[in-house]
Write a protein that binds this ligand. Structure first.
Ligand SMILES: [Zn+2]
Length: 130
């Protein structure tokens, strides 16, 4: 599934699916959950929140989006304008999401190495892509 970046001055009330809206001046970004549940997902931009990078193919958001507060519990990456589905959040990850500022530290102690390595490679890709 594709998602396009749309820069706006103010966040519109009604969002279109497949669009990532960014009101840079307010550090605000929002989109509709790509699972189709129609919930509006806000991903504020900032040093301790999400980072946005614009590529030729579309927007990249870092880190992943985990909708653990929503019924669907969707978890995905937005990378180069693509929705990449990730595993659903475990209770441990949900707890980590509640403490977003500790997320990086949590990843270091994550016993599931595969997950840790994929986060690390995502992070490296992110750095190299700059
Ligand atoms: Zn959803």
């Amino acid at each position: 599934m594709k998602i396009k970046l749309r820069r706006v001055e103010y966040m519109p009330k009604d969002l279109q699916p497949g669009m990532l809206y960014v009101a840079e001046e307010f550090g605000a970004a929002a989109h509709l959950c790509p699972c189709g549940c129609g919930v509006k997902i806000r991903t504020p931009l900032g040093p301790t929140e999400w980072s946005l990078r614009e590529t030729k193919r579309g927007p990249t958001l870092y880190p992943s989006v985990g909708n653990w507060q929503q019924a669907c519990q969707s978890h995905y990456w937005i990378e180069d304008g693509e929705i990449i589905w990730a595993e659903k959040w475990t209770p441990t990850e949900i707890a980590a999401g509640r403490r977003r500022e500790e997320a990086h530290r949590h990843a270091q102690y994550d016993p599931r190495r595969r997950e840790k390595r994929s986060r690390l490679s995502d992070w490296l890709k992110w750095l190299l892509g700059r």
